[in-house]
Ligand binder design. Sequence first.
Ligand SMILES: C[S@@+](CC[C@H](N)C(=O)[O-])C[C@H]1O[C@@H](n2cnc3c(N)ncnc32)[C@H](O)[C@@H]1O
Length: 386
Amino acid sequence: MTETELQTPLGLLTLKRFPVRAADRLRAWDAADELLIKHLHEQQAELKDKKRVLVFDDQFGAITSFMCQMLAASGHPVSIDVITDSLVSQHAISQNVKGNGYGERDVSFIDNTAIPVKPYDLIIYKLPRNHGYFADVMQRLRSNMSDDTHIVGGVMVKYLPMTVLTTLGQIVGETTTSLATKKARLIFSHFDSSLTPTNPYPTTYTIEEIDVDLLNHSNVFSRDSLDIGTRLLLAVMPESDDLLTIVDLACGNGVVGISAAQLNPNADLIFCDESNMAVASAKANVARYFPERNAEFYQTDCLEGIAKNSVDLVLCNPPFHQQNAISEHVGWQMFKESLQCLKSGGEFWVVGNRHLDYHIKLKKLFGNATLVDSSNKFVVIKSVKR
Ligand SMILES: C[S@@+](CC[C@H](N)C(=O)[O-])C[C@H]1O[C@@H](n2cnc3c(N)ncnc32)[C@H](O)[C@@H]1O
């Protein structure tokens, strides 16, 4: 077997990580996926009538692909609803499901900010790292659960604090765990219709620096307070009547683009993020403060879909991880695509941790990199497209 082949009790699955990178030796599944697959297969007889299936936070599609195998093996139509906040994950799940012989119509992606009320027989999840997001989604899924819903999650033990189990007990119902196997555990919850939990999300907080209250869905970066890197960027934001198109790249709740909108009244705004909840939050925040302004919102990977040579200014506080793995690739991709999308003379402004040495990468790409401001931890750097 190769590093992309997972032997399941129902056959071989080929699973790749996305984006595909030549030097990437990591697998597209972990021991928690394997434990979930083993459990689902062992319960096959009991689960045979459970054909309304939801899979939540399956990173690269191991669980979704296995459920396709299992539904097909038991003669059910393959129809699985999937919740993921990440467009990159969505792409990975689609590609892996397709690569294993299942069609686009076998899997439907659900908007995690507007989960439709629809009964599920089986809810399977990988525990997200963001437990507030997990609690938010599980709580909203209560309307889709009944006494008969089989609810099972998988997690690597090192990512399972006891507080999550307590929370699940409070928002779903009685919760237990399996013994650990290969440092992974299963989590079982039984729906309790008598519980009446309250959900704090979406939440709002005030950003005094720019005098706005911003709404945040539960999986948005810095959803409780302003990031200190972002704060440094807000203090030096460019301001000019000549800026006609500004992109807030990796926009989160849209704080950077909203600040740019305040200072640059002639500019049209473009907000991009691969997180559905980020884009939804930015949209709500712009609608509140700039309802008349020309603004576009894209759930997209970096700047995919934005026209080349079309933009005056790109502002960015890049992520330094993708799909839970620390990676500088995504920042580099953002820099390269910004260079392509900028008009000649257009500027790329980035804030980042000092130790990431963004100025070296930017100098290589743009041929110039100017330090605009710095603090003990962060730097704001500007590069101009010549
Ligand atoms: C450091 S946060 C910055 C958020 C916001 N601009 C702020 O300053 O609070 C980085 C953002 O990048 C987004 N992101 C991660 N990978 C991405 C990708 N491949 N394409 C677009 N956005 C991405 C994350 O969802 C996150 O919102």
